[in-house]
Design a protein around this ligand. Structure first.
Ligand code: HAM
Length: 434
């Protein structure tokens, strides 16, 4: 017979064998648990959406990475590359009738045709947490707090990661104060976004030549970007009304987070711009402290998106946290659980004569909620015990001809090696007494 053809996995896609799935579930449990502790409700949407939704809303970077095609009905569709446009579409249809603020979360699998690099795949799971219908900074602080707390619940602390926070309103007030015309602001953001990657010389040249900023404006802007926190902004431009108003909002935001004990995770850093087109206010990204990995999480305020997909004007803020970088970080810090298989019971039969009794007892124990396993076909007892050990069974029920004739079975505790007899009647009721 000819040998079968091998089918390699597509690049950037993952298999989840049980060990990998257990790691994924560990992360999901923390995400779900923290979202619920904060009073968020879970939702989901379709993995396939009209292409139009992303063309308009996500910005060029994501649109260039879409898994898009024409379906058999001639519709232009795309796998979802992010959840926020779906959320806006869903709420656009129903938010008018809903009490505000709306607190929703989701864990969708997302698809982006990314360039292969560490921490970026072509599919990932992304925890999305969003608050809609609340314009004040209380909501901004709340979403950052839930992101930080989920990472804390996974065992990460302020030495492991930090939130770098910026504000597009503050940045645009700064640019306005530095004399940058409104139509150059978007181009300026692009260069600020790339600043850390390309360095000061190239950024200086680009801000001057392609974004058209005056040399003095470029100097002040770089001084602000290099400054730690908001002090430089305060010193240089704090007296300008729009800058002062934005700074006051950020101080309020900081005060909320500090009161929650999360101040050590917060760093204002105006170099954070975020690639997506729809952000309008505070934006943030979470990074590992050593700066070795890509962003763990990114989010911010997007107050105009719902209206742009046909909904009511609704203030909104939220984030997406991917599983890829986070799992890498947890592995690096030794914080992933070792997944050992575990079973409450293993039912072993000495001979085929005990097969049906074994099935009956196993089923009664399962009905009572226990995890139970056995050899599907008769094997020597020695092999059955080895199987029980491999499967992590805590106790083995041994059914032998002599004991069953007396109406009992032997229960062996696998950790202690001790044995004890129990009545078959109790086992049949799924209630072993020892
Ligand atoms: P984003 O910055 O594009 O934002 O993605 C958020 C996070 O998802 C990233 O920080 C990263 O952890 C993860 N991520 C993104 N792309 C990939 C990839 N190709 N492979 C692995 N992980 C990835 C958004 O998607 C916004 N919609 C988030 C949001 C929700 N803003 C408001 N609400």
């Amino acid at each position: 017979m000819p040998k079968g053809k091998a089918f390699p996995r597509l690049p950037g896609f993952r298999d989840f064998a049980p060990e990998a799935l257990a790691e994924r579930e560990h992360v999901f449990r923390s995400w779900r648990g923290m979202a619920r502790r904060y009073g968020f409700q879970e939702y989901d949407g379709p993995p396939l959406e009209p292409l139009e939704l992303y063309r308009e809303k996500s910005g060029d970077e994501i649109v260039g990475q879409l898994y898009a095609f024409v379906d058999k009905g001639g519709r232009e569709v795309s796998l979802r590359p992010e959840m926020t446009p779906s959320l806006a579409r869903m709420l656009g249809e129903r938010s008018r009738a809903m009490p505000k603020p709306i607190r929703w979360f989701s864990i969708p699998q997302l698809f982006r045709y990314e360039r292969q690099q560490r921490g970026r795949l072509r599919e990932h799971f992304q925890w999305n947490v969003d608050i809609l219908g609340e314009a004040g900074t209380g909501a901004d602080a709340e979403v950052l707090a839930v992101a930080v707390d989920a990472l804390r619940a996974l065992g990460l602390g302020p030495d492991d990661f930090l939130a770098r926070v910026s504000d597009r309103r503050l940045l645009s007030a700064i640019l306005d104060a530095l004399g940058v015309p409104g139509d150059r602001i978007a181009a300026t953001y692009v260069h600020i976004d790339k600043y850390e990657r390309v360095g000061p010389d190239l950024t200086r040249a680009r801000l001057h030549e392609s974004a058209g900023l005056a040399p003095r404006a470029v100097d002040s802007l770089l001084e602000i970007l290099d400054g730690s926190g908001l002090d430089v902004v305060e010193d240089l431009l704090g007296e300008r009304d729009a800058v002062g108003a934005s700074l006051a909002e950020l101080h309020r935001y900081q005060a909320d987070l500090t009161a929650m004990g999360l101040g050590p995770f917060l760093r204002f850093d105006l170099r954070i711009v975020r690639g997506l087109a729809y952000y309008t206010g505070i934006v943030f990204e979470l990074f590992d402290r050593r700066g070795e990995m890509r962003a763990i999480c990114g989010g911010g305020r997007y107050d105009q998106l719902l209206e742009r997909v046909g909904g009511e004007p609704l203030a909104a803020v939220g984030f997406g946290m991917g599983d890829v970088v986070l799992t890498e970080l947890l592995r690096d810090r030794g914080l992933l659980p070792r997944s050992a298989p575990a079973m409450d019971w293993f039912v072993a039969s000495v001979s085929p004569a005990q097969r049906l009794l074994g099935r009956e007892i196993a089923h009664a124990l399962r009905e009572a909620g226990s995890t139970v396993s056995y050899a599907l076909e008769q094997r020597p007892v020695r092999k059955q015990l080895a199987m029980a050990a491999r499967q992590g069974a805590r106790r083995v029920i041994l059914l032998g001809p002599e004991e069953t004739a007396r109406g009992v079975a032997v229960i062996r505790d696998m950790a202690q090696g001790s044995q004890q007899e129990v009545s078959l009647a109790d086992l049949r009721r799924g209630r072993p007494t020892p």
